[in-house]
Design a protein around this ligand. Structure first.
Ligand SMILES: [Fe+2]
Length: 263
């Protein structure tokens, strides 16, 4: 299935208070529409966050940490790792609700989780409260991804959707175009005419992009001609996924599926 329609929402408050509008957009998402919530996040805060993450990325060792209650914030690199469910190359920074951090990452993005939860027929604050006896099978995670120019990509895949989430929405954090953060590639899904529809060509920094994440999508290699670029340059494309992940070991929801299967 391809993306059939794109809706731009400018008045978030009105949207959240109108149950019939929410029903309408739930239907549209399930029918393959993309919903773009304009200017939901503060661009200045996004820029401060990127600078902060570059410092962390350059000055501390990447490490893997499983998704579980109480997990630490951390960053890791994925470099064509054969163990990945979906093959890719990127630098990933993960933040959980129970950890405090210098930038208050959840404060920046929590509006996006509210909208996602409401569209998923959940309570606004589901997975976001810190309870001493938290035993949900799902946890909210801000997963910020950096795709370096010349190497960053993610194979086409389908993500799990279900009662925990209607979508794993994306936050646009970089600009695409001449003299911008990157020039070619990036996140895409398919439009009606079966052509790749690139997210940064229909949405801008600070926007939230909501779509049915079980539809085929991926990240085409960013700036494929810039092969001399390296990880430490931090030139390329940033994005954030507002994820609701199952904790490791839970079998309630399937894993993501790589549709290119080029392992
Ligand atoms: Fe995905």
């Amino acid at each position: 299935m391809q993306i059939k329609n794109i809706f731009y929402i400018k008045n978030t408050k009105k949207f959240l208070e109108d149950k019939s509008l929410i029903k309408k957009y739930q239907k549209e998402i399930k029918n393959g529409a993309v919903i773009i919530i304009k200017n939901l996040f503060d661009k200045k805060k996004i820029n401060i966050l990127k600078k902060y993450l570059i410092e962390i990325g350059k000055n501390s060792l990447p490490e893997y940490q499983p998704v579980k209650v109480g997990a630490p914030n951390h960053h890791r690199i994925v470099n064509n790792d054969p163990r990945s469910f979906v093959k890719g190359t990127f630098h990933q920074f993960s933040f959980y609700r129970w950890n405090q951090d210098l930038i208050d990452v959840f404060e920046i993005f929590e509006k996006g989780f509210w909208i996602k939860n409401i569209l998923s027929n959940r309570k606004k604050n589901d997975f976001l409260q810190i309870k001493p006896n938290y035993n949900d099978e799902f946890v909210a995670r801000v997963s910020i991804q950096f795709y370096p120019s010349g190497k960053g990509y993610l194979n086409e895949h389908s993500d799990p959707v279900g009662e925990h989430q209607i979508s794993a929405p994306l936050v646009v954090m970089s600009e695409k175009g001449p003299k911008k953060d990157f020039l070619t590639g990036g996140s895409y899904f398919y439009s009606k005419d079966k052509k790749k529809l690139f997210i940064e060509e229909i949405a801008q920094v600070g926007d939230l992009v909501i779509y049915d994440s079980s539809l085929p999508h991926g990240v085409e290699i960013v700036d494929k001609k810039k092969i001399k670029n390296n990880w430490l340059d931090f030139k390329g494309r940033w994005t954030a996924v507002l994820a609701t992940n199952k904790i490791q070991g839970s079998e309630n929801v399937r894993d993501a599926i790589d549709l290119q299967n080029s392992k």
